[in-house]
Design a protein around this ligand. Sequence first.
Ligand code: CDP
Length: 229
Amino acid sequence: MPITIAIDGHSSCGKSTMAKDLARQIGYIYIDSGAMYRCCTLFCIEQGLIREDGTVDVEALEPRMGEINVSFRFNPETGRPDAYLNGENVESRIRTMEVSSYVSPVAAIPFVRKAMTAQQQLMGQKGGIVMDGRDIGTAVFPNAEMKVFVTASPEVRAQRRYDELRAKGDDVSFDEILKNLQERDRIDSTREVAPLRQAPDALVLDNSHLTIEEQKQWLLDRFKEKTGE
Ligand code: CDP
C-alpha cells in the first residue's frame, strides 16, 4: 500500500530537493505545497492586489480566489514538476525574491490556506505522495504514515538559497536572503492558522552538515524502515 509522506520545515532548508528526489526514486507523486502559495502570491502581484505599503488587499482577493488554479506538470528536461498558474508555466516566476517577500503574508490569510489545503488533500487522496511545506504533517495530512521535519542553521540555509539564485543569474545579496528567510520563518511560525510546527510524531533532520547525497540517503533509509522495503 502506498503511504503518505509529509516533509515540513523552515525556509530554504533543502526540503524540496530531498522530497523530489525521494518521490522519483520510489515512484510517488511529488507536490510542492510552497509553490501553490507562491502561485497565489504571483496572482496578487500581477492583479495589483498588493498595496503600495506592501500589504495584501485581502478584501479584493477573497472573491477572486476561484480564479487561482494551480497545477503541476512533469518537465522532462529537469525531471521535475513545474508549477502552472491558470495553465501558464510560472515555475521560474514564482521563485523570485519579489514573490518570496510577499508569500508569507499571503500564506497567512485563512481563506487562502483553506483553499490550498483542500486542493492538497484532494491531490493526496490516494496516498503514494510526497508533499513538502510547513503544515503538511500537522494540518494537511495529520495521519501521514511518515513525517519528517527538516531544519538547518539560518546562515547555511541563506547560503544555499544564495547559491541557487546566483546560479540562475539573479542579482541578489546574501543579507537580503538571510533577512527574508528569517522574516518568513517568523511569520510562518506565528500565524494563527496552521503555523509552522514540528509534528510530535515527526522524524527530525538537521541537515546543516549534510551533503545533498547524504540527506537523500537518510530519507530513503527512513522510508525503507517505515515500509519494510
Ligand atoms: O522553498 P522555500 O523554503 O523558500 O519556501 P516554499 O516551500 O516555496 O514556501 C514559500 C512560503 O509559502 C513559505 O514561506 C510559507 O509562507 C508558505 N507555505 C505555507 O504557508 N504552507 C505550506 N505548506 C508551504 C508553504
